[in-house]
Design a protein around this ligand. Structure first.
Ligand code: 2M8
Length: 433
């Protein structure tokens, strides 16, 4: 038996290969997540991409974030997709003609979607700034981005606080970034799917159906997006068929307020309002979504008020919040049978011990580099340097063996989904350093 030769060897080859992926996927002012499957700019992808790009070209990392925020809506929302004008209209579904953003008051001139994605941006802006403050100052990076980030967080903490709990809701599974997570099955079951004949999926031209959401999932995604669009992208609990307070998004918001406090200090402004906002979000997150018996954060269905008791990696993500009071408990859960932090890599998107865990099906089991990076970041923040470094080494090993895949089987390391996937490459660049 011949030992399998690693596809990528040693760290400098991995580094060069990651740079090549980011160069290939760079368009005029931003990076596409994957050339064929995702040929436009995606919101939280750009945040992770900038975190890696800052090591390669700080100015390009800044442009990545500036171009995204250039498509911000007047109400503060940052759209989940900014469409590349030169890409054929049918390259991705749903495209500009579905969202009709340019016919919506308050939307920018460039075509975008009308929904959002997890707010990883304040953290990314701060890390990007710190990589090269001199270039950032010369380009006016922080003075431009800081007010836009404030408007973004304001949209999420006001118009998206649908229950008055102090937490934001996602109103579409696409907004969670973890599209077909088992956590969304129950709230989605109340949504009537649009018949498959009414739309044409494009994702299946580039990815295996067995590794993507089902047609019934898509029917529900289309119904929710269409209803939101037809209501002029207005936000109210009654108006949204799906509304969930999600631990990942709210943790990113809280961590983002800490980043905004640092930016305020740097700009000679008062950081206190951001510290207060971070404290409020952390309290609301812990009081509303943490389950002490389970040792994890659960999403909450905004319509029923009940926890969705699904063990998704999103429930570990509050570890990225500085000063989180239950950090030690989350680390215990990560080490336990459901996530097996010492062996599984990347960190599984969903409970390894659940009967419906599927290691190759998108957000229903495989490990992703972005959520693993967030966990690594959180472990370092909470004094778990050795666990963090162990995770880092194993992540780099997995990518060296499988290439820059979109997601991986957390136990075998087999790669799945798109190849040359930008955030995998970008976060590898960050982890190498
Ligand atoms: C996936 O989502 C898009 C819709 O936004 C899709 O499946 O078409 C998700 O993994 C999401 O988290 C990611 O941002 C996006 C682009 O990489 O792809």
């Amino acid at each position: 038996c011949v030992a399998r030769r690693p596809l990528l060897e040693p760290a400098d080859a991995l580094d060069r290969a990651a740079r090549r992926v980011l160069a290939t996927n760079w368009r005029r002012h931003a990076t596409v997540p994957a050339a064929r499957l995702y040929p436009h700019q995606w919101s939280w992808d750009s945040a992770f991409i900038a975190i890696g790009l800052r090591h390669l070209s700080p100015a390009r990392a800044q442009r990545e974030l500036e171009s995204l925020f250039g498509a911000q809506w007047r109400d503060g929302r940052v759209p989940h997709i900014v469409f590349e004008p030169h890409v054929p209209a049918d390259a991705y579904f749903p495209g500009p003609s579905f969202w009709r953003s340019t016919a919506t008051p308050g939307a920018p001139a460039v075509a975008t979607s009308g929904i959002v994605q997890p707010p990883a941006h304040a953290l990314a802006v701060w890390l990007t700034y710190r990589a090269d403050p001199a270039t950032a100052r010369a380009r006016g990076f922080l003075p431009r981005l800081y007010p836009r980030l404030i408007a973004w967080h304001r949209y999420l903490t006001t118009r998206r606080d649908l229950t008055g709990s102090g937490l934001m809701s996602v109103v579409h599974p696409w907004e969670s970034g973890m599209d077909n997570s088992p956590a969304w099955d129950a709230p989605l079951s109340r949504v009537t799917p649009v018949p498959p004949g009414e739309f044409t999926r494009r994702d299946l031209d580039h990815a295996a159906a067995a590794e993507r959401p089902t047609d019934a999932d898509y029917g529900r995604y289309v119904r929710l997006a269409r209803d939101y669009r037809d209501a002029g992208y207005a936000d109210s609990l009654r108006g949204h068929g799906f509304a969930v307070e999600d631990p990942l998004c709210n943790a990113l918001l809280a961590a983002g307020e800490h980043a905004l406090a640092s930016m305020a200090t740097e700009l000679g402004r008062d950081p206190q309002p951001h510290r207060a906002a971070a404290a409020r979000l952390t309290d609301a997150l812990t009081a509303t979504l943490y389950d002490p018996a389970a040792g994890i954060f659960f999403p909450r269905d905004a319509h029923t008020g009940g926890h969705i008791r699904s063990y998704s990696v999103g429930g570990l993500m509050p570890l990225i919040v500085p000063g989180l009071p239950v950090a030690a408990e989350l680390v215990e859960t990560a080490l336990g049978d459901r996530f097996r932090l010492r062996e599984a890599c990347p960190v599984p998107s969903y409970d390894l011990s659940a009967g419906d865990h599927d290691p190759s099906l998108y957000w229903r089991g495989p490990g992703w580099v972005n959520t693993s990076w967030l966990l690594w970041h959180g472990l370092r923040l909470h004094g778990e340097a050795s666990l963090a470094d162990d995770l880092r080494q194993r992540l780099l090993g997995r990518v060296r063996d499988a290439g820059f895949r979109e997601y991986l089987d957390p136990m075998t390391g087999t790669g799945h989904g798109a190849d040359e996937f930008s955030w995998t490459a970008a976060l590898v660049l960050d982890l190498i350093r």
